[in-house]
Design a protein around this ligand. Structure first.
Ligand code: ATP
Length: 233
């Protein structure tokens, strides 16, 4: 499998404060990789760095073989990296359909259109003229995922998608992501729920105080190993 995105010895700073220390990370085509860690471990900083919101040195982040550190976030989306942000962040004054169309602002060619998103999440077709914010939490999460898919990404990054949702809805959403992954998309999931993270991913990275404290094939890591790495015991 081809490596899609890779970071090597990636550091990140807020002013003088160093938040990430030498992160070596990779995701291959068609993989789901989970990133876990306690509050403040550096997960959001990592996502912001790979999506261009925090500037990193060019060669420390490579996407499809090209250095992307320091490139503007919009350009990174057009190269094929899309984000489902924490808290969904739908545009409150727009309908479901308008929210989805916003995601297609920088579209690459590919299978995702309004029609295929509605096939993936039929409830969104029924609700397409409703304001996005009038939907249930799970349906809003579907809109946020659909909006990200509208750009036809090669890499989908999902930040804490299970937050505030009932377990059954979380399961449904991850089952859908699994179907999409089987079509060749690569997915990074940042998860608070360690057990979910382990179940839905092929590989897992645990961050602790800005460093990778554990990584490996999710099925090969015990919950005990993961808890130790998570809490830094
Ligand atoms: P959470 O689960 O709470 O979102 P996280 O793992 O995503 O945590 P980060 O938000 O990446 O962690 O934070 C990593 C470190 O960087 C923490 O020490 C945090 O206090 C610091 N930090 C985060 N954002 C800023 C900022 N804008 N300015 C200064 N320091 C920051």
């Amino acid at each position: 499998m081809t490596v899609l995105l890779q970071t090597q010895a990636l550091d990140a700073y807020y002013g003088d404060f160093q938040a990430l220390f030498g992160i070596d990370f990779e995701i291959r085509q068609g993989e789901t990789v989970a990133v876990i860690g306690a509050n403040g471990a550096g997960k959001s900083t990592f996502l912001k760095t790979i999506t261009g919101l925090i500037k990193g040195p060019s060669d420390a982040i490579r996407f499809q073989g090209k250095g992307i550190g320091g490139i503007a976030p919009g350009k990174i989306v057009s190269m094929g990296v899309a984000m489902v942000p924490e808290g969904r962040r739908l545009f409150p004054s727009l309908t479901v359909e308008e929210n989805l169309l916003m995601g297609g602002y920088t579209r690459r060619p590919g299978r995702w259109t309004l029609e295929t998103i509605y096939e993936l999440f039929p409830i969104l077709r029924e609700r397409r003229h409703n304001p996005g914010t009038a939907l249930s939490g799970g349906q809003q999460q579907m809109v946020a995922i659909g909006r990200a898919l509208m750009s036809n990404p090669a890499l989908l990054i999902c930040d804490e998608i299970s937050l505030g949702l009932a377990p059954i809805i979380v399961k449904e959403i991850y089952n859908t992501l699994e179907q999409i992954r089987e079509d060749g998309l690569s997915i990074i999931v940042v998860e608070q729920d360690v057990s979910t993270a382990r179940q839905v991913s092929n590989r897992l990275y645990c961050f602790q105080e800005g460093r990778v404290s554990l990584q490996g094939a999710s099925s090969a890591l015990s919950l005990d190993d993961i808890s130790k790495a998570y809490f830094g015991i």
